[in-house]
Design a protein around this ligand. Structure first.
Ligand code: FES
Ligand code: FES
Length: 192
């Protein structure tokens, strides 16, 4: 018996689909970009490889470390888990878009003041995540450790336990966690 060397038509079709590109418009840090990319390119790769916004980091590429966290319409997401094409029409903010010129975002300044990093690889994801965290708390979103959930109108007390729980999707291999919590706490208390 011989095995046919001919390609199955489905293989040919898949190969074509894999190399075909599409036009994708992305609004990143207030600037519109038009990219010609394959539909399977992730937002993270589009940001890093096509737009040269390398602040967002690739750690696991599987949604498990948080190094790639960016803001989409103000919500934090893992940019390695979404396709760029899915983010047309949204407002994307990366770590590069948080500062206003030379003026750092308060969360960036707090991470510096509190030594909230060592190697820095996780830091952009930590900061984007922390910015979204404070918005979530301000909007009254509960977490698994929120006390007094029976009273939905009561303001959320952002305890250290709350911060740790809400930041638990952002891993820091250097173990800068206590300082990260302190930095977030400072920005939270300054806003009160
Ligand atoms: S690189 Fe996206 S979660 Fe790790
Ligand atoms: S500062 Fe090194 S991984 Fe977080």
């Amino acid at each position: 018996m011989t095995i046919s060397q001919e390609k199955h038509p489905l293989d040919t079709k898949l190969e074509t689909l894999a190399t075909e590109t599409v036009e994708v418009k992305l609004l990143v840090n207030g600037q519109e970009h038009t990219l010609e990319i394959e539909p399977w390119v992730t937002l993270l790769d589009a940001l890093r490889e096509r737009l040269n916004l390398t602040g967002s980091k690739k750690g696991c590429d599987h949604g498990q470390c948080g190094a790639c966290t960016v803001l989409v319409n103000g919500e934090r997401i893992n940019s390695c888990l979404t396709l760029a094409i899915m983010q047309e029409g949204t407002e994307i903010t990366t770590i590069e878009g948080l500062a206003h010129g030379d003026e750092l975002h308060p969360m960036q300044a707090a991470f510096i003041n509190y030594d909230g990093f060592q190697c820095g690889y996780c830091t952009s994801g930590q900061i984007c995540s922390a910015v979204a965290l404070l918005n979530e708390v301000a909007a009254g979103r509960l977490s698994i450790v929120t006390e007094n959930i029976a009273d939905m109108t009561a303001p959320i007390e952002l305890s250290d336990e709350e911060i740790r729980e809400r930041m638990s999707a952002n891993i820091c291999r250097c173990g800068a966690y206590p300082n990260i919590v302190a930095a977030i706490r400072e920005v939270y208390e300054t806003r009160l």
